[in-house]
Design a protein around this ligand. Sequence first.
Ligand SMILES: Cc1ncc(COP(=O)(O)O)c(C=O)c1O
Length: 419
Amino acid sequence: MPDFRQDADAQAILESDAERLLPVYARYPVVMDHGNGVYLYDTTGNRYLDLMAGLGVNALGHAHPRMVAAMAEQAAKLIHLSPQYASRYPGELAERLCDLSGMKGVFYSTGGSEAVEGALKLARTHARQNYTHPKHEIVALKKSYHGRTYGSLSVTGQDKYRLDFGPGLPHVKFVERNDLEQLRSAVSGATAAILVEPLLGEGGVHNLDPAFIAEARKLADAYGALLIFDEIQSGLGRTGDWFAFTRSGVQPDALILGKPLGGGIPLSALLVNEMLFDAFGVAKHGSTLGGSPMACRLGLEFLNIVEDDDLLSQVKDTGAYLLGHLHQLAKESPLGIEARGRGLLLGLEIAEPGRPIAEAALEHGVMLNVVQGNVLRFLPSFLLQRKHVDVAVDLMHGLLKTRRGEVHEGLEAAVPVTA
Ligand SMILES: Cc1ncc(COP(=O)(O)O)c(C=O)c1O
């Protein structure tokens, strides 16, 4: 078991951070130094099995040699370029993304929220260009998570994130996931877009029923609304398929990607179908830092590595193995409620706040992530293997064995941490 306490230097970093960085994140008391594969190392040299992978960004783990080499080579050539000029990689990456997803074109931005903003603008401008009646509404899901900027926050179906900052974007309706009746009554001629995560992540890891997705497609077609999939968290291989929507057989009008896309360099993408290719037109939308040569080069290398090393199969295999263990934990542990998810986007709902469990796991060298207060969410790198799962599961069996109300007395109650 690594020594959780670090030296005075680490302590000084934590203290000075607390003085200067806005206390927006419920941070864990550890100062990381470097990473290698599925492990992170703190400044004292303690090793941690990373099961959250930078909230899903570090899909190839840390310091992947091919990513490091691509980054070094590209840094010496061209890091950033005005998007008004062409370079080699943005187009190559767009072609690959379109081939994989069946979409026609790509607009790049930086973070996920920014790409969601683009999708909302696209829905509004498409409605304005094609319909004369008011068509502003966005239908989204309760418990969804789409980001922190005003538009993306306004379509996030969780009051706890939204209400302090209101009023947000008007004309947003929220429906329960998988409730066909609610969906049918929410969508009308006034709907500009239906926006869903095919596999909800931050909301607690919940699958959308294929029938619900199919109904969304049918309603979007019937009323001339766009169907938009936010796969910022579930996309790009995380479910063991390139996209979570693939299995539904339903094609969206727009698809939003982010997180691992730039290999850790901010990069998000809004992919659109043929109909929407020219919807923005020239100079109506943009992003100074979006789609830099560096980020796109890393995006291509990321896709190449996933393909070359058959990581989708590994995600499927390790994911199924971990999910099997989580089902067992849900059944056997006095704290277990339910295990769910797909590939390496998995959740274990427990009957107590998850934060003390995550803190205890960290002391034992395993980094867990908590959403919704009581869901342990697993978003590890695609490099995770069964042997790593065994280590984590053994530890969780111990931590979750504790009777209700007795988990690490003295630690603070759960603080919901997000995204
Ligand atoms: C599904 C989904 N959409 C949007 C976002 C927002 O992305 P970002 O934090 O990069 O702005 C996230 C982040 O977790 C997400 O999971």
